[in-house]
Design a protein around this ligand. Structure first.
Ligand SMILES: [Zn+2]
Length: 260
């Protein structure tokens, strides 16, 4: 309750109110330029710290899917495939997408990977990292946060990295809230369907993910993107809308054929 009053007060004082793509009101005060810089810095760090895959088929497969989806959202996006057997994918402010080879191996088809990429891109489009950071930092920390991204052992660095949603890579877990997960699920479903991917495959994907995370393979993704028991029913409830988008996409000849 107090948080709400506090947020509302801030809204009036600082015009820190925003509206997410699904119409939810958000408390956001980090400048987008700083968030983008943070995403860029974090992505650069990951590219030097982690092996980047040279597998041409995988790179082509992931780019084919990411391009189709980001054509719907707009903007220029950089896509990198990381040679890492864990099940993970992420997207960062500043339009960066990372996909691990472990996840590419797991999916049965383009539509399942499109479900994950759509979900990740939806987190970015909905400015969830900004919202997370706005809830947890003081106003004057913006510039310091950008610098802190490169120092994952500092308290501020941990906050920045975990708010960006890549904390699992450094052993710091900050799961997205249920609200953010639901929003990314629904919006991600729309993105994939509008790009011409079969939205029904999203349900198979989430079931596969949940199953895999019970087994041997480290499923970083599920630690930062927790599954909740209403995920499948939420997706099913939204499926008629998504299928309508899917039909329209097909009618306008958006039929991606991405193969690995
Ligand atoms: Zn998520």
């Amino acid at each position: 309750m107090f948080n709400k009053i506090f947020a509302l007060l801030f809204c009036f004082l600082l015009t820190a109110c925003a509206t997410s793509p699904t119409g939810r009101s958000q408390f956001i005060y980090m400048p987008d330029a700083q968030m983008n810089q943070m995403g860029l810095q974090a992505f650069d760090n990951l590219k030097t710290e982690k092996p980047v895959s040279k597998d041409r088929r995988y790179i082509r497969f992931v780019n084919c899917i990411a391009q189709a989806i980001t054509r719907e959202t707009g903007g220029d996006w950089e896509v990198v495939v990381f040679a890492d057997d864990s099940l993970n994918a992420f997207a960062l402010p500043g339009n960066k997408i990372g996909v691990h080879t472990g996840l590419i191996k797991l999916v049965d088809n383009q539509d399942q990977l499109a479900a994950v990429i759509g979900h990740e891109v939806a987190h970015v489009i909905s400015r969830h990292s900004n919202e997370r950071m706005s809830q947890k930092t003081a106003l004057n920390q913006g510039v310091a946060l950008v610098a802190a991204v490169s120092n994952p052992t500092s308290a501020l660095g941990q906050l920045a990295i975990s708010s960006l949603g890549i904390g699992a890579q450094y052993g710091i877990i900050l799961p997205f809230s249920r609200t953010h997960e639901s929003e990314a699920d629904i919006l991600g479903l729309d993105f994939m369907a509008k790009a011409g991917f079969d939205p029904r495959q999203s349900i198979n994907l989430w079931q596969k993910m949940a199953q895999a995370s019970k087994g041997q393979q480290p499923a970083e993704f599920m630690s930062t993107h927790p599954s909740h028991d209403t995920r499948i029913s939420d997706l099913s409830a939204h499926m008629p809308t998504a299928l309508e988008y899917y039909k329209q996409a097909q009618a306008s000849n958006k039929r991606p054929r991405c193969t690995k």
